[in-house]
Ligand binder design. Structure first.
Ligand SMILES: *Cc1c(COP(=O)(O)O)cnc(C)c1O
Length: 376
């Protein structure tokens, strides 16, 4: 039984790939013009296409989302302390340490699982210079309230929008909120360029500064204005992105249908909670998290193992919390008593498989296993 399950293992995500033959002409073009990187034609084309698709003014491509986060903080000259969420991928807080900034963890809202705006002000000190929230699972943060707090204390806002490709709120792109938003195009994300990322910004001057910072700080052949990093996206990745973007609407649509099918099947299952997306927002269904509460007959880990034994590899994402890793757990704000909601959710969450090629039968089988736990 287990052997068969391994052969047919379904993982939490599977990257979306167009037919290989469709990518060959792009490679031929790169070989013909011999521009491999440094803002070549595909790089420019993808930046333009993404601005149009996402509905944003300016976007600078990066080799990955983490370098984009590190550069976003450098671009705004953020120092001292930054308020952020423990309930995210570790790169969120790592980008702060790379800039010599102290992360200050604030608990999450139990409904959205995003940074709780009610708890931000209490964490502000004279050293605080910015807030770095995450649109967790593509669920938009309370951008209006976060901006209001930032404005009244003179703080910058940098959104880790790694999950928020194509997400809308208040009738426009969620990426237009805050000072900067950072995307990831890693293979596991909704839109991927194998590895990749981007910073979204509102004005041409900032975009130009970011372009300098991602190229070692060079502004011309002989002038370096800052200790910039090498964060450039290559032409191969950019070309793949241009091709990938053609199928994105179809991919998002399939994700929406899988989400709806899980939701319908799990509705009314005692002890299982699915995330609610607020009305008026357009989510991207990048993840399908469920919270396994105490009324459910199995513990979270038992359900996780049960799914795995049947060939369905969910992911305990996010678990452990960032604040539990050794480089963070000594911080006062990392104490579990300061983060009761995040601590509970990290123990209850499983992200179920969701990706465009997932078969309906698999969705039904997963939902069925959850809805009918045969308690030993
Ligand atoms: C994926 C991810 C990142 C890092 O992006 P990379 O492109 O893998 O470097 C950062 N933050 C969050 C929330 C992520 O999910």
């Amino acid at each position: 039984m287990k052997v068969r399950a391994q052969n047919t293992a379904i993982y939490v995500t599977q990257p979306q790939l167009p037919p290989l033959a469709e990518f060959i002409p792009y490679l031929e073009q790169i070989w013909a013009n011999k521009t491999l990187t440094n803002c070549g034609p595909f790089h420019q084309q993808l930046e333009q296409a993404l601005c149009e698709y996402l509905g944003v003014k300016h976007l600078a491509l990066f080799a990955n989302g983490t370098l984009a986060l590190v550069t976003a903080l450098q671009c705004l000259r953020i120092t001292g302390e930054v308020i952020t969420t423990p309930y995210s991928f570790v790169a969120t807080a790592h980008s702060l340490l790379w800039n010599g900034i102290k992360p200050v963890f604030v608990d999450i809202d139990p409904h959205s699982l995003n940074l709780d705006p009610d708890r931000i002000e209490a964490a502000i000190t004279p050293q605080t210079t910015a807030i770095m929230p995450v649109h967790c699972y593509g669920q938009s943060c309370d951008v209006a309230r976060i901006q209001k707090i930032a404005d009244s204390y003179g703080l910058k806002v940098i959104y880790d929008a790694a999950h928020a490709f194509g997400v809308h709120c208040h009738g426009g792109s969620v990426l237009n909120h805050g000072d900067l938003s950072v995307l990831s195009f890693h293979a596991t994300k909704v839109f991927n360029t194998f590895e990749g990322g981007a910073i979204v910004c509102a004005d041409a001057k900032t975009k130009q500064h970011i372009d300098h910072l991602k190229n070692f700080g060079f502004v011309d052949e002989v002038t370096v204005i800052a200790p910039g990093i090498n964060g450039k996206m290559s032409e191969i990745n950019a070309a793949f992105g241009v091709l990938q973007l053609k199928g994105i609407d179809k991919a998002l649509d399939k994700r929406r249908c899988i989400d709806a099918r899980y939701r319908a099947a799990l509705q009314g299952v005692t002890g299982i909670r699915c995330l609610d997306y607020g009305t008026g927002s357009k989510p991207n269904h990048s993840y399908f998290p469920i919270l396994v509460g105490s009324e459910y007959p199995l513990e979270r880990d038992a359900l996780y193992e049960k799914l795995k034994d049947n060939g369905f590899h969910g992911r305990r994402y996010f678990y452990p919390l960032i604040s539990e890793f050794p480089m963070y757990r000594g911080l006062a704000s990392a104490a579990p008593a300061n983060l009761p909601v995040a601590t509970r959710v990290a123990r209850e969450v499983i992200c179920l498989p969701i990706y465009p090629d997932l078969a309906w039968e698999q969705v039904d089988a997963i939902a069925d296993l959850i809805a009918h736990p045969k308690v030993p």
